[in-house]
Design a protein around this ligand. Structure first.
Ligand code: PEP
Ligand code: MG
Length: 618
């Protein structure tokens, strides 16, 4: 059996009876599945399957009329008990991982207090006489179905939170203990159709060695948490939870996005060698922490970190970041139940700036919209959110929010080296309008005698084809460019960045992308401003060679990807990277470009995870 029967959680120990089960079962074939590499690391362990949908079986029964009040009271006390449980988890998570991660539970608490869910459930009990557990299940199923019909990725993620809350309340109503379901007593890899952020946040890292999920993308909360926890993860596997049984042996390769189910002895042997090599390689990478990101012929680039939550500054510094190249402020907004005030924001920005001391901190103003939605800001869904009310468009129509954030950022700028960045720019007009608002804010703060940096550097994300086409004109208006390839590729290739079906089109080294990057860097150089890159592309080893050769000045990526990028920079010469770029600019297919860069890098650093069998070029 697997983790579906929560009431017998001792039975779900993956080590339990593994030998007996293996003997009883016909030998299973080795199956390889490719997903999205969400957090690095390679693990061989038993599977522990948790299925979040077919969990607690709830029967439909009728409550006698004279018991209805008692049934409603039972429902309300289940809600109270769940609230207490969530607050407890939130507090312990705040202790272990910081306040920002703990805020993930604010969404759960909001769901728990949702008047419609409570009233509709109570109505089903009172008017139809159904048992509360069944009534709640019905109400929640309808909410989840209506969210999934909208087809919005963010709302789908919220469905995971809603289902998680439902499970907790049902467990209380049915008197079922859920405590051990996520944490097997022996080390194992958690397998789930979907793992909610709250589940991910609660796992015990001593026994959960990896995550394999059918859903999710690199930017989902679960992936973000997995990276912060240092737990290997592969997401977007589509049907892994259906294929795998608790106790199956798995090889999870978070470096390559590969999952091998019931591997043959020869495969296990091969991966054991891979694990040793990976450990050695990681240890060797970490020895580079104190060294500069400098090529063999002494061309230096700035290696800085992307952070999504303020707490991640710690790992940025641990991995030797020379600054913060992208602080995505939207996660902090999303984690709040309502708009954070100027003071709340100031405290957060100031804390990051203080911890980075004299190192630069690039704060991107709110890039809300697309797949990053705060309930209190986006009340109605858009048909095409990535093309919609997002980034600077949002801010220029919600000047109140924009100004409050700018005030907080400018105030933090008085205490360190802050840089300000605008997202999703498509026209010079937008930059001029945004800068005008900055001037107003600055003047107000100076008048009020706040300590600010009067020369605060202002830059833009170059992440739309329009910004590339206008790079020459835009460069005249700003102090720096930061290329956001996550979006630039999506908009250039017309490929939704989170859609697994068409992910084969999401190519970092597509000839049109290389040309766009060159146009951007050339325009910046002509206007004497630096160019950074903060898209995921920068942590792709082949791309790193090309970005170097293009003359990008600053590389910004997730903290734990920085050592590998540094290794690449320190293993090549600037001259040979420039020659490579010259050559690949003559090619018109991704295959030819990749083959050319790969043959160079493979010879230089054969140990890279990129060169292992089965690597998915996500
Ligand atoms: C990008 O688009 O490359 C980027 C870094 O921004 P985000 O991933 O937040 O859209
Ligand atoms: Mg972007």
């Amino acid at each position: 059996m697997d983790g579906k029967k929560l009431e017998h959680s001792s039975d779900v120990d993956p080590a339990r009876g593994a030998a007996a089960r293996d003997a009883a079962r016909p030998p299973r074939e080795e199956v390889v599945r490719f997903g999205i590499s969400a957090a690095p690391g390679i693990v061989i362990a038993r599977a522990f399957v948790i299925d979040t949908d077919e969990d607690l079986s709830v029967g439909k029964t009728r409550v006698p009329q004279d018991m209805v009040d008692a049934e409603v009271a039972k429902f309300k006390s289940a809600l109270d008990a769940t609230r207490g449980e969530l607050l407890q988890i939130k507090t312990s998570l705040a202790d272990s991982m910081g306040e920002d991660h703990a805020r993930i539970f604010d969404a759960h608490l909001l769901i728990l207090d949702d008047v419609m869910v409570i009233e509709d459930t109570e109505a089903l009990v009172r008017t139809e006489g159904y048992n509360a557990a069944w009534a709640l299940k019905e109400v929640i199923s309808k909410v989840v179905a209506s969210l999934s019909n909208i087809g919005d990725e963010y709302l789908k993620e919220r469905s995971a939170d809603i289902i998680d809350v439902k499970r907790r309340v049902l467990a209380k109503l049915l008197g079922v203990k859920m405590d051990r379901v996520l944490n097997p007593s022996e080390p194992a890899i958690l397998v789930a159709h979907e793992l909610s952020p709250s589940e991910t946040a609660q796992v015990d890292r001593r026994v959960v060695l990896g995550y394999a999920t059918d859903r999710g993308g690199r930017t989902s909360h679960t992936a973000i948490l997995a990276r912060s926890q240092g737990v290997a993860a592969v997401v977007g596997l589509e049907d892994a939870a259906r294929l795998i049984e608790t106790g199956d042996t798995l090889i999870l390769d978070g470096n390559c996005g590969t999952l091998i189910i019931n591997p043959l002895d020869a495969t296990v042997k091969k991966y054991k060698i891979e694990i040793e090599k990976w450990k050695e390689f990681e240890a060797q990478l970490l020895t580079l922490t104190g060294y500069p990101a400098e090529t063999l012929d002494h061309h230096k680039v700035d290696l800085v970190a992307n952070i999504d939550l303020p707490d991640e500054v710690r790992s940025a510094l641990d991995y030797g970041a020379e600054g913060i190249g992208l602080f995505r402020t939207e996660y902090f907004f999303i984690a709040h139940e309502q708009l954070p005030t100027e003071e709340e924001q100031y405290k957060v920005y100031r804390a990051v700036v203080d911890r980075m001391k004299d190192k630069p901190v690039t704060i991107r103003v709110l890039d809300i919209g697309g797949d990053k939605i705060a309930r209190y800001l986006h009340r109605s869904a858009e048909l095409n959110p990535f093309m919609g009310w997002r980034g600077i468009r949002f801010l220029l129509t919600r000047k109140d929010i924009f100004k409050t954030q700018l005030r907080a950022i400018y105030r933090a700028s008085g205490h360190g080296r802050v840089r300000l960045m605008f997202p999703l720019i498509v026209s010079v007009d937008e930059v001029l309008k945004a800068k005008e608002i900055c001037e107003e804010v600055k003047a107000d703060l100076i008048r009020a005698r706040y300590k600010i940096d009067p020369d605060l550097k202002i830059g833009i994300m170059v992440e739309t084809p329009s910004a590339v086409a206008l790079a020459g004109a835009l460069a005249k208006e700003v102090d720096f460019f930061s290329i956001g390839t996550n979006d630039l590729i999506q908009y250039t290739m017309a490929v939704d960045r989170g859609n697994t079906k068409i992910s084969y089109l999401y190519q970092h080294l597509h000839p049109s992308i290389i040309r766009f990057l060159k146009m951007t860097v050339d325009a910046a150089k002509k206007n004497n401003i630096p160019t950074a890159i903060c898209g995921e592309m920068c942590a792709d080893p082949l791309a790193a060679v090309v970005l170097l050769g293009l003359g990008i000045d600053e590389f910004s990526c997730s903290p734990n990807m920085m050592p590998e990028v540094k290794k690449i920079v320190r293993s090549v010469t600037y001259d040979e990277c420039k020659t490579i770029v010259k050559k690949i600019l003559q090619y018109s297919t991704t295959e030819k470009i990749e083959a050319h860069v790969e043959s160079f890098l493979k010879e230089r650093i054969p140990d890279l995870a990129r060169f292992k069998e089965g690597k998915q070029h996500a």
